[in-house]
Design a protein around this ligand. Structure first.
Ligand code: PGA
Length: 248
């Protein structure tokens, strides 16, 4: 049995004061649960969150990293720097970074390899855009992303990996994929992993759905066989919404 994994993706939101209030409120409302929980925040809030969540099960994630350890990469943050803060997870390949920050399957792959040589676990994002879905190419697009992104990773790596299926047309649009559409793609991703690494590995990989997930639709999505969790954008900015999803 895979443990459900709910991760918030704050994107470029929250002032320091707002992040502090959110974290203290979440800590207060959070109770022992079988759900793995993380907040992926802007770099500048990571240390603050680690401090507030100390002694709880709430994990902290970054939203990107560089694949080199140090050097002339202005504006970048390396994996060893995140390790020094005790960061637990790092989102890689989010569609917004693929679109606005020139993230490619090649850099995604390098980042995954660097993270697997560290104590930080990656959350790899894949997903098709609306044109690709309308053209009936969504499975082929996601399959190509998964294969390119995982190139050279070991079975052990992929067992510990989280893949977030995020159809781009459902991100921040209020238009959620139906549970059946989400399940169909998450099952497809698990099949691809099974073909590459075998059934035992595919059974262990955590597959999240992301895209306008909220308390009102979390239960039906989470009840799907191949959906093990959610990567939550907008609904991770309000403690009650986020708790509502954790309590699906
Ligand atoms: P959303 O974002 O929940 O606001 O649609 C999800 C994501 O981009 O990770």
């Amino acid at each position: 049995m895979r443990t459900p994994f709910i991760a918030g993706n704050w994107k470029m939101n929250m002032s320091r004061a707002e992040a502090t209030d959110f974290a203290n409120a979440l800590k207060e409302k959070y109770h022992d649960t079988d759900v793995r929980t993380a907040i992926c925040a802007p770099f500048v809030h990571l240390e603050l969150l680690k401090n507030i969540f100390e002694g709880t099960d709430i994990k902290v994630g970054a939203q990107n990293c560089h694949f080199e350890d140090s050097g002339a990469f202005t504006g970048e943050v390396s994996v060893p720097m995140l390790e020094e803060l005790g960061i637990d997870y790092c989102i890689i390949g989010h569609s917004e970074r693929r679109e606005y920050n020139n993230e490619t399957d090649e850099t995604v792959n390098l980042k995954l390899k660097r993270l697997f040589a560290s104590s930080i676990l990656p959350i790899l994002c894949v997903g098709e855009n609306l044109d690709q879905r309308d053209a009936g190419k969504e499975k082929e697009i996601v399959e190509a992303q998964v294969k390119a992104d995982l190139e050279g990773l070991t079975a052990e790596n992929v067992s510990a990996l989280t893949i977030a299926y995020e159809p781009i047309w459902a991100i921040g649009t209020g238009r959620t994929a139906s549970p059946e559409q989400a399940e169909e793609m998450c099952a497809h991703i698990r099949d691809i992993i099974s073909d590459l690494y075998g059934d035992a590995v595919a059974c262990e990989t955590t597959i999240q759905y992301g895209g306008s997930m909220k308390p009102g639709n979390a239960t039906e999505l989470m009840n799907m066989e191949n959906i093990d969790g959610g990567l939550i954008g907008g609904a991770s900015l309000k403690v009650d919404d986020f708790m509502g999803i954790i309590n699906f």
